[in-house]
Each structure stands twice: as C-alpha cells, then as structure tokens.
Design a protein around this ligand. Structure first.
Ligand code: ADP
Length: 456
C-alpha cells in the first residue's frame, strides 16, 4: 500500500468505502422490501376477500354474482362455495390448483401447487334466508417474488456499474485535487536538476492547505535564494579583498628571492612562504572566477579555437613538469580540431587536469592525453596510472573544497575540479571520470566540434 501513489490509494479507499456502503444499503433495502412485498400481497388478499360479499346478492330465492368477482384484480383469484361443500358456485381458481383443498376460516395459509406457492384465505359469510357462503381468495406468492427478483437482478447489474462510475469519479477528483501537489514536485525536481533557485511554484490564489503549503514553499525558496546570493557575494568580496595584499606579499617574496641578499637558511624560509602564498593566490583567483560564474558575471570570450594546437602546447609544457616528477607524458592528438571556446579557460582546463594527473600520479608512472574527433564532437582524455580515487569519493570530487584526503596534497584547495566542470559545462560539453583505486584515473570531456569550414 505504501508503494502506491497517493492518487491510487485515495481512489481505492473511496471505492472500497462506496462498495461497503452500497452493500449495506442494498442488503437492508432488499430484506425490508421483501417483507414489505409479502405483507402487501397478504393485505390485498384480505381486502379482496372481505369486500367480495359486495358482489354477491340473494334475491328472489336466487344467488346473483357480479362479474367483478371473475376479475383478476391485483392477481387475486376469487371462488365462491356453499359452506361444507367444495363444489364451485362461482369464480375461478388458478390453473392446476386443487379443488378439494379443505376450508379454514379466516387464516392466511401458504399452499404449494406445482412450482408455485400461493397464499390462500377462506372467509365464511352468512346469507339471509340461505346457507352461509365461503369465499376463497388465492394469490400467487411466486409471481410477486418474481417481480421482486427482477428488481434484485437489476440492482445487481447496476451495482458494478455504479462502483465503476464511483472509481472513475474518484480518480478524476483526486487527480484534480492532487494536481497542485504534482506541480510542487515538478518545480522542486526542476530546481534540483537545473540548480536554479529562481524558480517558484506560484500556484495562484487559493486558501486551502495545499495552496498555503505552496506559498510557504515559495517563501522558503525566497529566503534560500537570498541566503545563497549573500553567500556568493561574500565569497566574491572576500576573494576580491584578499587579492591585492596577497599580490603584494608575493611580489615582496619574489624581490627577496631574486635580490641575492639572503643566506641559504633565510632563502629556504622565504621560498616556503612564497610557495604557500602562491597556492593561496591561485586559490583566490579560482574562487573569484567561480563566484563570478555563479553570479553570471563571467563572460566567455568565445572564438574559433584550434583545440589540437592548444592540446599540443599543453602537452609540451607539462611534459617537462611531469618529467621532474618522474612521470612520462604521451600525447595522441588529432590535428585540426576546432571548437568555439574561451582560450584562457581552456588553458586552465588542461592545466587543472594535468596538474592533478601529475600530483596524484606515481613515480615511474605515465600520463596519456588524447584528443580525437568523435562524430560531431571532440573527445578529450587525460589519463594516468596513479593512486586513483575511491568509489565512494567519486560523486563528490566536483564539489567545491572537496578533497579525497587532504594529506594527499598539502598545497591543494579542492577547487580544481569544480572549476574544470564549470568550464566544460560553460562550453556546452560534458565531463565524466573513471577511476580505480591504485590503478589510475581517466577524465573524459566531450565538446561540440566546430565544422572545419567555420574554423578560420
Ligand atoms: P585538489 O585541489 O585537491 O586537487 P580537485 O578539485 O582538483 O582538488 O580534486 C578533488 C579531489 O579529487 C582531490 O582531492 C584528489 O584527491 C582527487 N583527484 C583529482 N584528480 C585526481 C587524479 N588524477 N587521480 C587521483 N585523484 C584525483
């Protein structure tokens, strides 16, 4: 039951309740009606027999019968006898009914004849100057019950039709009632998928519980959006404020290192400071770029870019750095691949991926970079045979400041891959990663290629 949708549950509940109510109602109605019909038949019989004497007269030493006695009014057969004799004087009895049935004055009896049950009532009436007469009334119970049974059959046919109608109405009603709920769910799913906090449910005006919930939800989204905006602004402001003093410290360190006035010990100390401040400065510029991107302020300088040439340049530049870490770098780059891209961001993309491949590679290991045409796209791959990423960490590596293990790289910030992801997506590309712990990692980016004719 819990796995069913709310709509299905409501329809089942509603229909089940209807079935129950109808069952109780029909059985009550049938039992009451059945008794009522039989007592009506008895009343009619009694009335017909007791009024029958109005149609019999004894005049001029002769019995005279009105033809009304012959009529099957309300299904009652009337027959007249002299008391003590079963010889029919007037009237009629149902076909096949026994003429010899003994008389019983004033009591309604049930008599079966063939396949039919009858109520029989005998009444004796005194006649002035003549023998008392007995009037017998006979009425078929089976006929009355048959009529009632038809009503029951009709009800039984109507019953499933009514239930079906109830279920359909219940479905339509609950769908209508739950429409705002599915609208709320769709909006929330959209917010989650598109990461767009500016979306609102906006159900319109209404005052029921669901409308109130949607309104509260929209207000909550207002608060969250404002909070996120404030946080982004704060990050951007902090990064901005720190940039100038950090550049000054960096410049001072460079001057000290290049000045030639430091003894060996001081030189080493300043070098450590320089390295730390340098990674801090890198972090701040990445943070600034990301927060500008969040606020939609980072404009891409798009141009038709020779991606093959850029890849080759990155390979050449990073080959030496990799060699210093005793890692060999091999490049397999298809020539003449163009895309619409921001050159500075694409350089950063190569740098971040290659820096990681070296940083998390192993001595004597390898890095393979490749750039190939794949249909309408360009497939870029940076692969290493380094330490790899544990499977449970893989979904989180794109998050800001996430580091699998900070002790892996003391100078890292955890911003590199979030920057990479943003760059790829800003160029309408897709990025994926495959990694096995202890075996290596491969990052694959796919970008829409520029047709060769548009490249220059
Ligand atoms: P960091 O500045 O820490 O390198 P990134 O965002 O670039 O931050 O990477 C996030 C985490 O992903 C890193 O902490 C690192 O553990 C892991 N990672 C990234 N690239 C690789 C790789 N090529 N091999 C193994 N682990 C990697």
């Amino acid at each position: 039951m819990r796995k069913m949708s709310l709509k299905t549950r409501l329809v089942l509940l509603h229909t089940g309740l209807m079935v129950l109510v109808m069952c109780v109602m029909f059985s009550l109605l049938f039992s009451i009606s059945s008794n009522e019909i039989l007592s009506n038949v008895q009343n009619t019989l009694e009335e017909r027999v007791s009024k029958s004497m109005e149609d019999i007269e004894y005049e001029n030493s002769r019995l005279e019968f009105d033809s009304d006695l012959m009529e099957l009014d309300s299904g009652v057969y009337l027959s007249v006898y002299e008391e003590g004799s079963t010889e029919l004087l007037y009237g009629k009895i149902p076909y096949g009914f026994s003429y010899d049935l003994p008389f019983e004055n004033g009591r309604i009896r049930t008599i079966s004849s063939g396949a039919t049950d009858y109520y029989v009532l005998d009444m004796t009436f005194p006649i002035e100057n003549y023998h008392p007469l007995v009037v017998r009334g006979i009425v078929s119970i089976t006929d009355a019950e048959r009529d009632f049974r038809y009503t029951v059959y009709l009800a039984l046919i109507l019953f499933p039709v009514l239930i079906l109608l109830t279920a359909v109405c219940g479905y339509l009603l609950s769908r209508r009632a739950l429409l705002p709920v599915s609208q709320i769910t769709k909006t929330v799913q959209k917010i989650q998928k598109e990461r767009d906090l500016s979306k609102r449910i906006r159900l319109g005006s209404g005052s029921d519980e669901i409308y109130t919930m949607a309104k509260t939800f929209d207000e909550l989204l207002d608060t969250i959006e404002a909070g996120v905006k404030r946080e982004k602004q704060f990050t951007s402001d902090v990064a901005h404020e720190l940039r100038t003093p950090i550049s000054v410290v960096l410049m001072q360190c460079e001057e000290l290192l290049n000045g030639g006035h430091l003894d060996e010990e001081r030189y080493k100390e300043v070098e450590v400071i320089y390295r730390k401040v340098k990674s801090m400065s890198d972090m701040i510029s990445q943070l600034l770029l990301l927060s500008r991107a969040d606020q939609g302020r980072e404009k891409l300088n798009l141009e038709a870019l020779d991606f093959s040439e850029l890849g080759q340049m990155a390979a050449d530049e990073w080959k030496d750095i990799a060699a210093e870490a005793e890692i060999s770098l091999e490049a397999d780059i298809e020539k003449g691949l163009y895309l619409m891209a921001d050159q500075t961001l694409m350089i950063r993309l190569w740098s971040n991926l290659l820096q990681n491949a070296i940083c998390y590679g192993k001595k004597g290991g390898h890095i393979w970079i490749s750039l190939q045409k794949a249909g309408e796209n360009i497939k870029m791959s940076v692969k290493d045979d380094g330490i790899g990423i544990p499977p449970d960490a893989l979904p989180h590596i794109w998050e800001r400041f996430y580091q699998v293990d900070p002790s892996r790289n003391s100078e890292s910030s955890g911003l590199g891959l979030s920057m990479v992801k943003w760059i790829v997506e800003a160029h309408h590309g897709q990025i994926s990663v495959e990694s096995e712990l202890g075996q290596g990692t491969e990052f694959i980016c796919v970008f829409p290629a520029l047709p060769q004719g548009n490249s220059r």
